[in-house]
Ligand binder design. Structure first.
Ligand code: LLP
Length: 418
């Protein structure tokens, strides 16, 4: 359990009381346990056994430098989706040959940078191969590419939110199996690209291994054929390992990895490196959004708890109807009641849902499992400053990135168009 209560009943993360965190960091703030994230990566890597592998952390889940450095320290690579994420990963010590660059609409200059850095570009269309070959030729270089295959897994089979299912045949992602011959042909025709891998990513927050293994099986069968002509150095089964947001999660990240390793060996591909691209599962449960109670309100039968974190800080509930547990930081003897927890943003969807919480006796609350897709999806909507970030390691606060100053936002916007 990532969050625990100390002897006084106060919620802690990584051994630090969240009351102490709120004394030194303005709320709302994301608080991360770096050691637990590193341990998560270590545990996942152990699941590969002797299989050659690479865990490419999906930077979109959490782009904080301290997080990337902690994961890179465990030998993780990175899955990036923009030039900026690529620069970030390199700046945090991730070697170029441990980075894969995905995305359906990469800019020309992003492609140039990736080629110059020698990272593997995951191509998502036949057309993109031609673009990359041309740019590599202009640079007098050779690009490393892998083809992201869309295995056409029915999104209904994933039991995840439709917005985060990506491996079905109507998605914009990847090359359909029917288009693969054209993609291979484009790769073979150009001496400016080397096809070094094949990948797939079917969706996020998968809570059982079946669809993931189905997609891997299909990918590996294709890899067996493709490697007759192209010496593949890796196959990449993507990310998507789910976590338990409170409603349960049948499969652990290591279960996905072990199942896919078995399938890889079964298909005689044990000599090829296995890449995975987890984001959420490495970091989500080891981060909380620490927030202060602003006020309570009773209107008719409805009880509201207004907090200082909103949908601009954590978008997941508004965008995916995601439920994050909200718990009081201080323990109180007050009786519990069902309250609707909402933020300050002027949108009805700025709503963290109904929670059973004490009727009083606490001034701080924690939104749990907020270490992934929290800060990275935050915005300044309604003139709200981006939240603080607090990094815990070795049982103490290792560093704090302060909350933005909201008056700076007002000045910036006043200058817009001036
Ligand atoms: N690889 C690719 C190509 C991806 O598109 C993604 C996520 C990942 C890896 C990492 O997936 P993960 O292991 O984190 O599930 N904002 C949404 C999730 C969007 C995921 C997009 N792609 C959320 O908050 O649930």
């Amino acid at each position: 359990m990532p969050t625990l209560r100390d002897a006084a009943g106060t919620l802690t993360l990584g051994g630090v009381s969240l009351v102490d965190v709120a004394r030194v960091a303005e709320t709302p703030s994301y608080v991360y346990d770096l050691d637990a994230m590193a341990a998560e990566a270590r545990e996942l890597r152990e699941a590969f056994g002797s299989q050659r592998h690479r865990v490419c952390f999906a930077v979109k889940a959490n782009s904080a430098g301290a997080v990337l450095r902690a994961l890179a320290g465990q030998g993780c690579g990175a899955d990036v989706v923009s030039g900026a994420e690529l620069v970030l990963a390199r700046a945090c010590g991730v070697p170029s040959d441990a980075i894969v660059f995905s995305g359906v609409a990469k800019l020309g200059r992003e492609i140039d940078f990736a080629i110059a850095e020698g990272v593997t570009i995951q191509v998502e269309s036949v057309e993109e191969i031609g673009r990359i070959a041309e740019r590599a030729s202009d640079l007098g270089a050779r690009a490393r590419i892998s083809i992201r295959i869309n295995p056409a897994i029915d999104s209904a089979a994933l039991a995840t939110h439709a917005n985060i299912a990506t491996g079905h045949d109507e998605a914009k992602f990847g090359v359909l199996v029917a288009d693969l011959p054209a993609a291979l042909d484009a790769a073979s025709r150009s001496d400016r690209v080397s096809l070094v891998g094949l990948s797939a990513h079917i969706g996020s927050q998968l809570t059982d291994t079946a669809a993931y293994v189905d997609a891997a099986r299909a990918l590996f069968a294709i890899a067996r054929e493709v490697r007759q002509a192209h010496p593949l150095s890796f196959v990449d089964t993507g990310g998507g390992f789910g976590i338990d947001y409170g409603a349960g999660c049948g499969a652990r990240p290591a279960d996905f990895v072990r199942a896919v390793c078995r399938e890889l060996a079964h298909q005689g591909l044990g000599d090829v490196a296995l890449y995975v691209e987890p984001g959420r599962s490495l970091v989500a449960t080891h981060g909380v959004l620490l927030t202060r109670v602003i006020q309570r309100k009773v209107s008719g039968d409805q009880r509201w708890l207004m907090i200082d974190a909103g949908m601009n800080d954590l978008l997941r509930p508004a965008l995916y109807q995601a439920r994050h547990r909200v718990v009081p930081v201080e323990t109180s003897g007050a009786p519990c009641a069902t309250v609707r927890v909402v933020g300050p943003v002027c949108e009805s969807s700025d709503d963290f849902g109904a929670h059973d919480l004490p009727e009083g006796g606490f001034s701080l609350a924690a939104v749990l499992d907020a270490g992934a897709y929290g800060y990275t999806m935050a915005s300044r909507y309604n003139g709200r400053a981006l939240p603080a970030e607090v990094f815990i390691s070795g049982g103490r606060i290792a560093s704090i990135t302060a909350r933005e100053d909201w008056s700076a936002w007002a000045g910036d916007r006043a200058r817009a168009g001036a």
